[in-house]
Design a binder for this molecule. Structure first.
Ligand SMILES: Cc1cc2nc3c(=O)[nH]c(=O)nc-3n(C[C@H](O)[C@H](O)[C@H](O)COP(=O)(O)OP(=O)(O)OC[C@H]3O[C@@H](n4cnc5c(N)ncnc54)[C@H](O)[C@@H]3O)c2cc1C
Length: 374
């Protein structure tokens, strides 16, 4: 079988990966010299902790298993089973963690409630004041800025794989056939469009204006090396308000009696933080849904994140070295893991994994491969 994959972000690259693994010939086409979208701009969190129970959690757990296998084969992906800690303060935040621990799938996520001292034994960099912490043993991380390159280098070892950068696919010209902006036609048994958050142009023509996917913009930053290990990823209790796993009467009480700070509420913020291989900290995030998106980054959210992180670390943050924004595509119905649609004979669109695309891509691509009988 010959598979044409359009887009070299994590979704496209993992589709190429599964197709090559199954012995097929793969041509992957990317309009940039290398992908530059959400797949490089993210935290690299392989995030199991907050997933909705059922299909979403199962997808994340399967994907984590696949990332671990891929990481063992391609060490430059940077897979590490670092787990996460969410420090909490006060009875209302603690009650949300207790409700999470009572979930029937708590053990599958590796949830544990730790005292502050136990949390510091796991992650000694957390020298700030907090009462307890929710530990999620199944959370993991990869290095998003280098993972795509590392996966590509591994794919290029296969004689069945061809990467065509610097070509934008403009047209579907027949069953399983697309034309790029060089005028070349690429024909396969199947074409998979993994075009990320580019929902206009070709995608709009093929899928129509009612595509049930929207765009979300996030602000991020990265510091100089911390100078010590941050052994787990870290989230704050605001993350409880965004992830479906934490929905409970205890969360309703938290929302009712302890609202987010004005800045966090205005920018729909939570703290997520992970240490990079170079020791720096990737810190975010905000969520912007209304168009047109800002073309610049705002300082207030960064000030808020700095304050929250310093309160957990009990020390000043190293210098902020980089600030950036990224956009992902998310299914309008957030309970859907991904939008997979046949848009023409032999042509499929796979988009909309939202803020879990880095986590779930290996399993999303595996499901595509299974459903299309690769
Ligand atoms: C700031 C931020 C933080 C995030 N953090 C996390 C996280 O920690 N964990 C997690 O699980 N998820 C996270 N996500 C979500 C995750 O990054 C995305 O869901 C995922 O990267 C989407 O991958 P993709 O391949 O669909 O899109 P992209 O990475 O955008 O790739 C699509 C590619 O298709 C190419 N393309 C588009 N149209 C064409 C065309 N016509 N012809 C040729 N090429 C084309 C583009 O150039 C692009 O390279 C985050 C997202 C952001 C923005």
């Amino acid at each position: 079988m010959r598979v044409i994959v359009v887009g070299a972000g994590v979704v496209g690259t993992l589709h190429a990966w599964h197709a090559v693994e199954r012995g097929h010939e793969v041509v992957q086409i990317e309009r940039e010299a290398e992908a530059r979208g959400a797949s490089l701009r993210n935290f690299g969190q392989i995030w199991v902790s907050g997933r909705a129970g059922g299909e979403e959690l199962e997808t994340a757990l399967r994907a984590r298993e696949l990332w671990e296998e891929i990481g063992a084969r391609v060490p430059a992906v940077g897979f590490r089973a670092n787990g996460s800690l969410t420090p909490v303060r006060g009875a209302l935040e603690l009650a949300v963690t207790e409700a999470a621990l009572a979930r029937p799938d708590a053990a599958a996520r590796g949830y544990k409630l730790l005292t502050a001292d136990e949390a510091r034994a796991v992650n000694p960099a957390l020298r700030g004041a907090f009462d307890a912490a929710l530990y999620c043993e199944r959370d993991a991380a990869v290095e998003p800025r280098t993972a795509q390159l590392a996966l590509r280098a591994e794919l290029l070892k296969s004689p069945n794989y061809t990467f065509l950068p610097g070509r934008e696919v403009r047209d579907v010209v027949g069953e399983g056939a697309v034309r790029d902006d060089h005028g070349d036609v690429h024909t396969g048994d199947v074409v998979v469009l993994c075009t990320g958050a580019w929902l206009g142009g070709l995608v709009r023509e093929l899928a129509g204006p009612e595509l049930p996917v929207r765009r979300v913009r996030l602000q991020m930053m990265q510091t100089d090396p911390l100078g010590e290990p941050l052994t787990t990823s870290v989230a704050d209790a605001d993350s409880f308000r965004y992830y479906p796993a934490y929905r409970s009467p205890a969360l309703d009480a938290l929302d009712a009696h302890q609202p987010q700070s004005a800045t966090a509420a205005a920018h729909r913020m939570q703290l997520l933080m992970v240490q990079r291989a170079d020791g720096g900290l990737t810190i975010g995030d905000t969520h912007e849904y209304e168009h047109p998106f800002a073309f610049d980054t705002l300082e207030d959210p960064y000030d808020h994140l700095t304050e929250v992180v310093e309160s957990f670390l009990g020390r000043p943050l190293p210098k902020i070295r980089r600030r950036w924004a990224g956009v992902y595509a998310q299914c309008v119905d957030p309970s859907r893991v991904v939008h997979r649609q046949r848009v023409r004979d032999g042509v499929w669109l796979v988009t909309g994994p939202g803020g879990r695309g880095m986590t779930c891509s290996p399993a999303i691509a595996e499901t595509t491969a299974d459903e299309l009988g690769w």
